[in-house]
Design a protein around this ligand. Sequence first.
Ligand SMILES: [Zn+2]
Length: 244
Amino acid sequence: MSVIEALMDLQEVDGRIRELEVELKDLPKRKALETARLTGVSVDLQAAKAGEMQANERVKTYEADAQALKDKIRQLKMTQTGLKSNKEYQQYSVQIDLLSHDLETTENNQLAAMDDIPSAEHRTQEAQAKFDAEKGKVDEVCAEYDARIARAQAELDECQKERAEKAKSVENPEFKLYYERLRTRRWPVVVPLTGDNVCDGCHLVQPPSVAQLVKANAQNAAVGKPVRIVACAMCGRILYGDAD
Ligand SMILES: [Zn+2]
């Protein structure tokens, strides 16, 4: 196997590694977007729950107010029975009447507040059902993403092992170093010189001397003679071609 062939093999594995790395970067982001979809329905649910709590609190407040008024009226009535003067008795009656009127209003308000509870409860139930349904969908999609992430990670681990093997097959250290240095900046690193002497990586037309070197490399490789790096003058990619 020529050094170019060995590099092409390595490049093929590296290509898969690059794709998997992109996928592994992208999948968690897509999963996060999916989870973010729940935020809206979660806010609705919290609002509905808060509304229901407020409705209950209102009823309790009116209830406590009514109880306080009842206690006060009872106290006034008790004091009133022990009163000697008619004038004082009348004054107490006026006060008791006023408080009784307040009590009636408070009790009416309490009833009205109680009427609001069923609809508040219904809103919570609806919001909860919507949240549960949405969460079910999101959980399902997230589980799929997790499975895909796990698969891609396993595949990447395999590729890394394969890469270590393929890298060993590139016996020429000069080619190997050149390839390793360039691969983070240019991709792919090893490209054909096309029929019209154009670098397949950056599409720059190469001088005839480069085409001659590429051809000589191919001829040497065919008979097991050493080859040298022929790089594109513009992008530095390693160029290869046919012997004829
Ligand atoms: Zn080029």
